[in-house]
Design a protein around this ligand. Structure first.
Ligand SMILES: [Zn+2]
Length: 158
C-alpha cells in the first residue's frame, strides 16, 4: 500500500478518537500484500484504559494472528510510537513503521531502527495540527497518556 494511503487510514482513526473526546492518535496495520489487518485509535479516555494507544488498539483489533501475518507488515501511526508501542511492534515483528509526525513527541524510532525496522517519517501537518489542537485543549490528558507530569518531547536521555 502507498504510504500516504496507509497514513490516511490512521488519520481517520485519530479523528474518530478526537470526536469521541479522546487522545487523537490513530494507527493502521497493513499486511505485506496490502490487506488491512487492523486499525484503531487511542482509547485511554473512552475506555479508561492506559494501555490502548493507537498502535496497541490497532493490534488488539487485528486480533490473534499467526506470526507470519506480521512479516513484511507496516504499522502506520499518526504520532511517533511511545516506548510501549515501539515494544509491541518489535514483539510481533512489524517490518516497517510509518510515522505521521514526530515534532509533538519523539518515541522509540532510534530503537526500532537499531532492531532493523524501517522507520519512515512523513511530516504530516494534518497529524501535527490535530495534536496541537488536542494538547491546547487538554494538556493534562496528553501528559497522563505518556506518563509524565509536565510536557516532554522525548523520554530519551540526551
Ligand atoms: Zn504508545
Amino acid at each position: 500500500m502507498d504510504d500516504a494511503k496507509g497514513l490516511a487510514l490512521a488519520i481517520e482513526e485519530a479523528k474518530i478518537g478526537y470526536q469521541e473526546g479522546g487522545v487523537p492518535i490513530g494507527a493502521a496495520l497493513i499486511a505485506a500484500d496490502g490487506r488491512v489487518l487492523g486499525r484503531g485509535h487511542n482509547m485511554r479516555v473512552q475506555n479508561g484504559n492506559p494501555i490502548l494507544h493507537g498502535e496497541t488498539s490497532c493490534l488488539q483489533n487485528a486480533g490473534r494472528l499467526p506470526s507470519s501475518a506480521y512479516q513484511g507488515s507496516t504499522m502506520y501511526t499518526t504520532l511517533s510510537p511511545c516506548d510501549m508501542c515501539t515494544g509491541a511492534c518489535l514483539l510481533y515483528g512489524v517490518a516497517r513503521v510509518v510515522v505521521g509526525e514526530n515534532k509533538t513527541f519523539l518515541g522509540g524510532e532510534a530503537y526500532l531502527k537499531q532492531r532493523g525496522v524501517e522507520v519512515v517519517v512523513l511530516d504530516s501537518a494534518e497529524c501535527k495540527d490535530l495534536m496541537d489542537k488536542f494538547i491546547a485543549e487538554k494538556p493534562e490528558i496528553w501528559n497522563e497518556d505518556i506518563g509524565v507530569e509536565e510536557r516532554v518531547y522525548s523520554k530519551e536521555k540526551h
